[in-house]
Design a binder for this molecule. Structure first.
Ligand code: FES
Ligand code: FE2
Length: 323
């Protein structure tokens, strides 16, 4: 649970130019040096200019103001015009790594590799998406895992146009740093996405993992059919950013087609969710939210986010609802 990795950007976003990202309000600059990807505090120690406004020269990061240069360790290696020894000057650096096309940062010193997605290590077809909205990490994670909003927010896309609901069983289980809701008995959903991709569905799982990972799994009779793993982080107090993996098992052409078809529809769903999340954020004021009887995961997500064991770890719960 300590020093978690957080997804901050796609590998392809950092090429020749430096890239600024925010992690809990802290500005961090990513750039490629001869020793690999580097992550430094995005603030020149001289006049506090954003180094990400500068350029990468000879594998070092050059400040746009007076041209001081910093290496991948954050060490100042040049002060143009100055003759003689350089004064000691170093800026904070962050642990950074890449996995499956995504850049992960940590404010600590993690000893393990980052968790990428729920089918890591298996042959898959992957697509990456990025998203950003005015919201909080918890609201955005809950939104991804919330099965009951699809009838309204995503009418016609993830759900059919009819209001028909089906009786389903929901099992909520958890452990240290995670909680999940597993839906069974659900009939095939009638939306466009389901029609294209799903086929028979046996089980749908929505899972939250520390520190901001929301994943959905669609299971058919022969195994996992489609999944999304979304890495969310609070960029600043008003903004949540997400890097998402859309995953299909590699079944030759079918996997490719699924992943291709899924991405544009996923983008539409994201836009629909962004609108709702923004509205909730801007409209909230100082009011408190009610936790409804179908909000199975909210309290447990909040518990995990504040470093506690979710209730579901001790007491699994089951419900019957109409979805
Ligand atoms: S502000 Fe960066 S070199 Fe002067
Ligand atoms: Fe949604």
């Amino acid at each position: 649970m300590t020093d978690p990795w957080q997804a901050v950007a796609l590998s392809r976003d950092v090429a020749k130019k430096p890239l600024r990202v925010l992690l809990d309000g802290a500005p961090i600059v990513l750039f490629r040096s001869p020793s690999g990807l580097a992550a430094l505090a995005d603030r020149c120690p001289h006049r506090l200019v954003a180094l990400s406004e500068g350029a990468v020269r000879d594998g070092t990061l050059e400040c746009p103001y007076h041209g001081w240069r910093f290496d991948a360790q954050g060490q100042c290696v040049a002060m143009p015009g100055h003759l003689g020894d350089l004064p000691r000057c170093r800026i904070p650096r962050y642990a950074v790594t890449e996995a499956e096309g995504v850049i992960f940062l940590s404010k600590g010193t993690p000893t393990d590799l980052p968790y990428t997605h729920c089918m890591a290590g298996q042959p898959t077809v992957l697509r990456l998406v990025k998203s950003r909205t005015r919201s909080t990490m918890i609201d955005a994670a809950e939104n991804i895992l919330d099965a009951t909003h699809t009838h309204f927010t995503h009418k016609g896309l993830l759900r059919g146009l009819s209001a028909k609901r089906y009786r389903v069983q929901v099992q909520v289980t958890g452990g240290p740093g995670w909680v999940e809701a597993s839906y069974t008995g659900e009939d095939r959903q009638k939306g466009l996405v389901s029609a294209l991709l799903d086929g028979a569905r046996v089980r749908t799982v929505g899972r939250y993992r520390h520190p901001g990972i929301a994943e959905l799994e669609y299971w058919g009779p022969k195994g996992l059919v489609l999944a999304t793993t979304f890495h969310l982080r609070q960029a600043d107090p008003e903004t949540v950013e997400g890097v998402g993996f859309l995953i299909a098992p590699h079944q030759g052409l079918l996997g490719q087609v699924k992943a291709l078809a899924f991405k544009p529809m996923f983008r539409i769903a994201l836009a629909q969710d962004r609108r709702i999340l923004r509205s909730a954020f801007d409209n909230a004021g100082a009011a408190t939210r009610m936790i409804g009887p179908l909000d199975f995961l909210r309290r447990d997500i909040e518990a995990i986010a504040s470093g506690h064991l979710p209730d579901a770890a001790q007491t699994p719960r089951s419900y019957e609802i109409e979805l």
